[in-house]
Design a protein around this ligand. Structure first.
Ligand SMILES: [Zn+2]
Length: 394
């Protein structure tokens, strides 16, 4: 006989941060509890994390997943504690993570609804991380289309739209809901539906994930990136922080691009050094620079070159940002610890050929490939002048 369906606790009380339960089964470092309190993942939403408290000790949960036997919770180590089936445990959620997923997931319902409504664009896949929503769409959307959809979404978020969870059997589902379900329909005996809006709502999908009670909790959605069929969004304070960072960079870039004198390099250096931001901030700024190289272009020997002295920037930041570099340029950066980085997106001047010539002169250490090379510039008096001379004679 098929197992009776019981509504999981995480659907019933999604806002509860802790709960007592009993150990039902033990398998190595994995447990089943009497309460389905931790979400096992699914539908793009990652599984919950948290701890269990047993014998006055806390055990972090490193994985939660579901198999045919039920929901398993894996802990890192049992230590020297003897766990017993039937004993009581306290289950504690990593609430910050869970709540963030609830908000991200709920935002995705709304965005997918709007994209379908105004562009007949379906959501093929969605993934969530803390504050992040990635959506794979059925058609390529333009930036304008996405911004229009986001504007509508943020209006709905601001108006305080409720989200309802409805659990019905297959018969009732067919009768009342199937017709107006967006996306995949369900053949399950018990169907869980998520509705946006009062009464019959304006959007209905079959979904087993966890959502907020009211869309106003999301606060807002901001576009992080749009590439091909992938839409990357940030929600809640993650979106706001990102929007401010981006604006700050744009203001700096606007200031810089209005000036055309040779002090530019020095100014960029000062601006970057004055940014008391994490390396990730540096990567973002570098990406912006790499995708706008024409603003700092100097032509030497017919080649488009850009020179920077960015003493706070290291190899990792440069390499992660280099993916955004536009075609046909040679970029030379003096970075952290007296290292000179050479990046080339111009086939006629490979980075390693430039570094080879520099090494012959400086006798320092270095190397690289066609796209990226680095050399030490210790004891080199005017490294930028030296590189310029090498390029002149290339
Ligand atoms: Zn959902």
């Amino acid at each position: 006989m098929a197992k009776e369906f019981s509504i999981p606790t995480y659907w019933k009380v999604p806002y509860q941060e802790e709960m007592t339960g009993k150990i039902r089964k033990i398998r190595e470092r994995e447990f089943q509890f009497s309460q389905k309190f931790f979400y096992p993942g699914g539908g793009g939403q990652l599984s919950d994390r948290g701890t269990i408290v047993y014998a006055d000790k806390e055990f972090p949960i490193i994985n939660v997943y579901k198999d045919e036997e039920g929901i398993w919770h894996e802990i890192k180590s049992k230590g020297n504690i003897e766990f017993e089936e039937g004993k009581e445990v306290l289950l504690k959620l990593d609430w910050k993570r869970r709540y963030s997923f609830m908000k991200a997931h709920s935002s995705q319902h709304l965005i997918s609804h709007i994209l379908e409504k105004i562009y007949q664009c379906r959501t093929l896949k969605a993934n969530f991380e803390e504050g992040k929503v990635d959506i794979e769409t059925s058609m390529k959307l333009s930036l304008e289309q996405v911004l229009k959809a986001l504007e509508q979404a943020n209006d709905i978020i601001n108006s305080g739209t409720i989200i309802k969870s409805i659990v019905v059997d297959q018969e009732e589902y067919k009768k009342k809901f199937k017709q107006r379900t967006r996306g995949k329909t369900s053949d399950e005996k018990t169907v869980r539906l998520i509705q946006l809006g009062e009464d019959d709502g304006f959007d209905l999908v079959c979904c087993g994930g966890i959502h907020v009670k009211n869309l106003s909790e999301v606060k807002g959605i901001v576009l992080e990136n749009l590439k091909g069929y992938t839409l990357k969004l940030l929600v809640d304070q993650y979106g706001l922080t990102f929007a401010n960072q981006q604006r700050k960079m744009m203001i700096v870039l606007e200031e810089l691009t209005q000036k055309k004198d040779e002090k530019l390099v020095e100014m960029i250096q000062n601006k970057l050094n004055s940014f008391d931001v994490l390396q990730s901030g540096n990567v973002k700024l570098l990406k912006m620079i790499f995708s706008n190289l024409q603003h700092w272009k100097i032509t030497i020997n017919g080649l488009s070159c850009v020179f920077f002295e960015l003493l706070e920037i290291d190899r990792q930041a440069i390499q992660s940002a280099a993916k955004e570099m536009i075609e046909g340029f040679l970029v030379v950066i003096i970075g952290k610890n007296e290292i000179l980085y050479i990046l080339s997106s111009d086939e006629s001047i490979p980075a390693n050929e430039v570094s080879k010539k520099l090494l012959e002169i400086t006798k320092n250490k270095g190397g690289g490939n066609k796209a990226f090379a680095q050399i030490s510039i210790q004891k080199v008096e005017n490294p930028l002048k030296l590189v310029k001379d090498v390029i002149k004679n290339f």
